[in-house]
Design a protein around this ligand. Sequence first.
Ligand code: PAF
Length: 276
Amino acid sequence: MKVFKTQETLRKELEKYTGKTIGFVPTMGALHRGHTSLLLKAKTSCDVVVSSIFVNPTQFNDPKDFQNYPIQIEEDIKKLEEVGCDILYLPDNVSDVYMNETDFQVDLGVLDKVMEGTNRPGHFKGVMRVVKLLFEIVKPTHSFFGLKDYQQYLIVKEMVSQLNLGIQIVGCETVREADGLAMSSRNLLLSFSERQVATTLIKTLEYCREHYTGSGIGDLEKRCLSMMSQYGEPEYFVIRRADNLQEVDADYRGEVRAFVVCRIGKVRLIDNLRIN
Ligand code: PAF
């Protein structure tokens, strides 16, 4: 795997692959099997696989979360090599990523006004800023995003469509531990006992799937919230249309998902599940 610390050297290398399909997996490092599943998917569908490791400061609304974000570059490089990643962009300063930034407008409608949009002010603006810049640097044909961050996946897809970036955004299923906990870099921050109760997220989502009938949605959301509050501090538990995150009307027949955020100790965990 070739590692590039600057966008200038990376861009030069990528010129060699004009006309080829480029699969891109942007990450913030602390890689786990969720990330490697994205890389493997990229590997099977594209000629060249590019990844990036960059802990993007503009998407953290909580400075403590940014400071505590786990960093393990050497292990990450090993994992990337094991799955056959061809190229890694590993900038060692923020200005290398942000130096050519230009303003842009995207109308996200409801997409950034619910769930993480309201609970993490500025988060999606930061995600869109960095993802657009990384897309401009790497110029991928395809980019792979985990469905664990479902709202992020929808927002990136919408941004790509409105700005006509011509990149195929591929959503990949959430990878889970044996007990169902969704893989996340933040799981590394859980203590032993917190790790045991962290399964409350998936257990509650599964309970919701078992009891979802298409009506009485508000009551079911409340029941799920109260189940989780026995183990952690839930921020929200909502049931929404999967296509646009709006509330589910009685006549809606499409995919429905339940979305949850819960703090276990100091760690903020997120998950979601298709429930119909
Ligand atoms: O999902 C993430 O890890 C980040 O939000 C991303 C897409 C790498 C942008 O910093």
